[in-house]
Design a protein around this ligand. Structure first.
Ligand code: ADP
Ligand code: ZN
Ligand code: ZN
Length: 741
């Protein structure tokens, strides 16, 4: 970015951490930072009675406010702007998601930089002895200074600050020697080249034909925007294709960004990437401290990190030399942020790749209908892997009829027979239940009372260890009642099965078998999940009872039988995406069976064995069902054939929420008519769970055939709400491309 001439009349337009969709004008300080005033500089500014960190976004000659009303920034925090690619992405995100730019920047900055800590930038500081310093200066009793002097004597080319502080020497000691002109500092560009030697630490696998074709297609266009859908059944070797693409990128001196779902960033995943390359592979996830996060950010911004693997928010990492972006399990729901800045990391990854002019690979065994649509219509290159490395085709789903049949621990007799046979053959079984806890609810057998949450329109889940009722929507807890609160009968019974109950029942049926229960409750302790996985991967017969946590991504080579306790989650649901998500989940669970030497079996229990879509999934797999679902969406003009935005309004007072949603709806309808914008406004209607945590939720749905029209209408709505005095008393949010209702 060119340095602009600093003119005393300039106004700095600053983005501040505020929900307001506007910039704030400030006067520059008398002393400009070394780089001059430019967009991307962090500044401290007075805001109300506080000092806050903001980012200069524009320079302007004019302000709407008279000059004497403007305050000056307190100081510039850096002498170089934040990375330009990062600033571009934030501006794009704010515009696309109709979010305040200040809040977007705030979200996308590492906490340390948000708090005003200094930034290291693209250079780092090296310290060395001053060439004109005496050979042996006298340090008297200053032992630390003598130590530093000796240390620098061993490194004539200079030593980085970090290496010096690692020896226990402080900035203070450095400054003293600097002041005495015994040492000097130099700012050097952080090296872009690999640290020497060969790039590969372990050799790449020889690819099968499909993998080789996919990789060749990627190699063709390494210097262009090239969006690709890599549709490959579980275990078909997508990761090996990513690794070899990354190899090409890193060999050119560039960086690769790999996005993985929240559940997918395990030490195993990371180890697989680190084992391959003799180059820095850095991970970015929620478990890092603020200091570690800043380190990764700076390493990526400087080019030092060559491969960055991270979850959703890693899409915002600045890259000095971007070469490729990979989004693994691109259909995964965790890529969508569900509160605050509601962005979709996959969609931003594509926008970013377009900006940089680089390839972006979306990989999945069960692609989202959005991505599949783009691949089928030719906007994305469609690469397919149909063969598993283990050569067993993915198992077909066998549907088992749940109607009017007794179950034990949630399992039908046929399923139990299969479990027994599998364990006797020395193999492992995965029982998938989409419900943690002991039972979905507690009911009175005398009067039909059921334990409901006092704050939500939802039942409370019964837990056994420790015994209590918990609401999984608001986290409120209650002690178990001794008797029915309605009729005082003591005949209270657990209704249905969760993971705890299945585990308990299965343990009585198979007393000598090791059972691992894997859900959010059993894995609260930090590495308990990793420990369990290690034991499971060693082999030996055992039963795994788990939720989604087990269903995705993990390589479970000894599992040959998968039992899905209830497949009906997405059937007949209100949300039009529920079927897609349910089918993805079932296919992913099924994909856990038979990943290694032995073929697998997948038993799916259902109350709707005749459902045509479940039948399609069982018979022909996700790829076939997805194409049917796309056809349904096309006819209904639903995404990806139409575009949607959702206004959510919530308040403890139902009348306040309703009033605001209604007036927003009429303002929007009027605007649509006046501007003759072909977009539709539906509602307001109560949200599927109207009362949650004692707050009432309403939805107003906006839809249009063209994205530009949707955005025009959404932008009007956001501005109207921001200006409406009623909207200040009610919480509202606008969700562009909502993923769940
Ligand atoms: P996916 O990412 O598609 O689920 P992976 O890349 O994890 O699949 O591959 C599944 C298994 O197959 C892994 O154990 C991997 O090492 C192995 N594999 C992948 N590609 C090959 C290949 N070309 N030759 C031999 N084994 C392979
Ligand atoms: Zn009762
Ligand atoms: Zn609740």
């Amino acid at each position: 970015m060119p340095t602009r001439e600093f003119s005393p009349a300039s106004i700095l337009r600053v983005a501040l951490p505020s929900p307001l969709r506007r910039l704030f004008d400030y006067l520059p300080t008398r002393q400009a930072p070394a780089c001059g005033w430019q967009p991307g500089l962090r500044v401290h500014v007075p805001f109300g009675h506080r000092e806050v960190v903001g980012v200069v976004v524009e320079l302007s000659e004019h302000s709407e406010l008279p000059r004497h009303k403007l305050r000056a920034v307190s100081k510039a925090l850096d002498d170089a702007p934040l990375p330009a690619d990062w600033l571009w992405l934030c501006r794009f995100t704010a515009r696309y998601y109709q979010h305040s730019l200040g809040d977007t920047l705030h979200n996308a900055l590492p906490a340390r930089l948000r708090q005003g800590h200094p930034m290291a930038g693209r250079t780092h500081t090296l310290w060395r002895r001053h060439p004109e310093a005496p050979e042996a200066p006298d340090f008297g009793r200053a032992k630390r200074q003598a130590e530093l002097w000796a240390l620098l004597g061993q490194h004539p080319h200079g030593l980085a600050t970090r290496a010096i502080t690692a020896h226990g020497l402080t900035h203070d000691v450095l400054n003293r020697l600097l002041h005495k002109q015994l040492i000097e500092r130099r700012e050097v560009e952080i090296a872009a080249e690999p640290t020497g030697g060969s790039l590969l630490a372990t050799p790449a696998l020889p690819l099968n034909r499909e993998q080789a074709e996919a990789l060749a297609a990627l190699h063709e266009k390494l210097t262009h925007f090239h969006p690709c859908l890599l549709e490959g059944v579980t275990g078909s070797g997508k990761t090996e294709v990513y690794l070899q693409l990354i190899e090409a990128v890193v060999a050119k001196g560039q960086q690769a960004l790999v996005l993985v779902p929240e559940i997918g960033l395990t030490p195993q995943t990371l180890a697989r990437f680190r084992q391959r390359f003799n180059a820095p592979v850095l991970a970015l996830h929620s478990g890092l401290t603020d200091a570690e996060r800043l380190d990764v950010w700076e390493a990526a911004a400087s080019g030092r990190a060559r491969v960055i693997i991270g979850t959703r928010s890693a899409v915002f990492i600045p890259l000095a030399r971007p070469g490729a972006i990979i989004v693994d399990e691109e259909h995964d729901g965790s890529y969508k942020q569900q509160d605050g800045l509601r962005y979709h990391a996959r969609d931003l990854a594509i926008a970013r790749a377009h900006y940089h002019g680089i390839p972006v690979v979306l990989g999945s065994a069960t692609p989202s209908l959005e991505s599949l649509h783009q691949a089928l219509n030719g906007h994305y290159r469609h690469l397919r892997l149909t063969q598993r490395a283990s050569r067993h085709p993915p198992a077909k789903l066998e549907l088992l009829d749940l109607r009017h049949r007794r179950r034990q621990g949630g399992l039908l007799p046929d399923a139990l027979t299969a479990v027994k046979a599998t364990l006797e053959a020395g193999k492992q079984v995965l029982v998938f239940i989409n419900r943690r806890g002991f039972a979905p609810t507690l009911a009175c057998h005398a009067c039909g009372w059921m334990a409901e949450c006092g704050q939500c329109d939802a039942r409370m889940t019964l837990h056994r260890a420790p015994p209590l009722l918990a609401c999984h929507h608001c986290d409120s807890r209650r002690a178990l009642p001794d008797a029915c609160p309605e009729c005082h009968s003591g005949d209270l019974r657990a209704l249905g099965s969760g993971t705890e109950r299945s585990e308990e029942t299965l343990q009585t049926l198979f007393p000598d078998t090791r059972i691992h229960r894997i859900d959010r409750d059993s894995t609260r302790r930090k590495d308990s999940f990793e420990q369990a996985l290690k034991e499971i991967q060693r082999g030996g017969p055992c039963l795994l009872v788990g939720t989604q946590m087990l269903a995705k991504g993990h390589h479970l080579p000894h599992v040959t039988l998968v039992v899905v306790v209830n497949a009906d989650g997405g059937l007949y649901a209100a949300d039009f995406r529920a079927l897609e998500h349910n089918a993805q989940l079932l296919e992913q669970v099924a994909g856990r069976a038979g990943r290694a030497a032995d073929p697998g079996r997948v038993l799916v229990q259902t109350l709707h064995p005749d459902d045509p879509q479940l039948g399609q999934l069982a018979e022909h797999g996700y790829a076939a069902l997805a194409r049917d679902l796309l056809e349904e969406r096309r006819i209904a003009r639903l995404p990806p054939f139409g575009f949607m935005a959702l206004l959510r309004v919530e308040s403890p007072r139902v009348d306040a929420a309703t009033a605001l949603a209604q007036s927003a709806a009429s303002a929007l309808r009027e605007w649509l008519t006046q501007t003759a914008t072909p977009a539709q406004c539906l509602g307001p209607v109560p949200a599927p769970m109207e009362r949650r945590q004692n707050r009432y939720h309403l939805h107003l749905m906006l839809s249009a055939d063209k994205r530009s029209r949707l955005h025009a209408a959404a932008s009007f709505l956001a501005q109207w709400l921001e200006a409406s005095p009623d909207a200040r008393r009610v919480r509202w949010s606008l969700d562009i491309d909502p993923q769940t209702l």
